[in-house]
Design a protein around this ligand. Structure first.
Ligand code: AVJ
Length: 321
């Protein structure tokens, strides 16, 4: 096998699912209007997200990496020998390198919705770790996870970093973990990064960076809809807004219409009042016990939790029971 060879599975088109166009249209017709954050990640969006991860205000990435670096010997022990590592939302597959260097892993599966980004990232992994069997599945795991036939591990560890789980409502997160539980053999590990509840000023700063990269990431969604859905929607007519919703314990991102405007879509009109928003993302913040309880309702027992000294971020090692 060539060092840059990966086993690639395109699962995005599997099954009888609404298309991106149908999903987006339904969201724009709803009240209030919304669009799923999974649509942020076209190639440009994935690149912008990588830039966000390096911003001084965006503490989650560097904090999670520091936690992982320090916890890796313990993680290696919990994961055991010859594990198969499945990464959900693998993006640039950067954090997983910390694990690959210290765990005994023989097989890696990256799952991501951003096809080209996934392929180039996992190829780089295959080149850098020639001993590793690398698989890549392009999939929308918010619809559930299906492991390719070729992956029938004895010991499986799922890795769900970055607090991506915060994009789900707690109810949907519980449902997602329950369905994940259903496709993992009993005794599998789940290493999951979860952002913690903290001073709202710190939270809001993380989603309103001075350089405007987060705004760019949010507005890029409109460019994507314009291009891919041939929608006459213009980014100049919207502005980025990110606020902490205390009651729901979540950061909300919105695109606010700067003016009153009408979009036409398949012969239908979508009206915006001035200031009306498209709700583009929720990012829920948890306490350690709050997340533990949620996971236990989904069938995962908490083995170990690590966090940084300032209590900004947590990493949980859970085991499916
Ligand atoms: C990838 C969902 C964890 O919620 O912090 C970053 C995405 N959005 N800045 C987050 C995001 C705006 C990120 N997650």
């Amino acid at each position: 096998m060539n060092a840059t060879d990966i086993h690639f599975y395109d699962q995005l088109l599997d099954g009888d699912h609404p298309t991106m166009a149908q999903e987006v249209v339904a969201g724009l017709m709803a009240k209030p209007k919304f669009c799923s954050p999974k649509f942020f990640y076209d190639h440009k969006g994935s690149e912008l997200f990588e830039k966000i991860c390096q911003l001084p205000e965006y503490y989650p990435t560097r904090t999670e990496e520091a936690i992982l670096r320090q916890a890796v010997p313990e993680i290696a022990e919990l994961a055991g020998d010859n594990a198969t590592l499945v990464e959900l939302g693998s993006g640039a597959s950067r954090k997983v390198r910390l694990l690959l260097e210290s765990l005994s892993v023989q097989c890696y599966l990256g799952v991501d919705i951003s096809r080209d980004f996934l392929i180039s990232s996992t190829r780089r992994l295959a080149a850098d770790y020639p001993w590793l069997e690398v698989h890549a599945a392009c999939a929308d795991f918010t619809r559930g996870l299906s492991l390719p036939e070729a992956i029938r591990p004895e010991q499986l560890v799922a890795f769900f970093p970055g607090s991506s789980i915060g994009n789900f409502t707690p109810q949907a997160a519980e449902r997602f973990l329950t369905s994940l539980h259903g496709c993992l053999p009993t005794g599998s590990g789940l290493l999951v990064g979860v952002d913690l509840l903290k001073d709202p000023h710190l939270l809001e700063a993380a989603y309103n960076d001075a350089e405007g990269i987060t705004a760019e990431f949010n507005l890029n969604l409109l460019d994507r809809l314009r291009r891919e859905l041939k929608l006459d929607i213009r980014r100049e007519r919207f502005s980025h807004r990110a606020v902490f919703n205390q009651r729901q314990s979540r950061i909300e991102m919105h695109l606010d219409s700067r003016i009153s405007q009408v979009l036409s879509l398949n012969g239908q009109s979508i009206r915006f009042r001035e200031g009306e928003s498209i709700h583009t993302e929720n990012s829920y913040k948890y306490t350690v016990p709050g997340f533990r309880n949620l996971a236990s309702r989904a069938g995962f027992e908490s083995c170990r939790v690590w966090s940084d000294d300032e209590g900004l971020f947590s990493v949980h090692y859970l085991v499916s029971t």
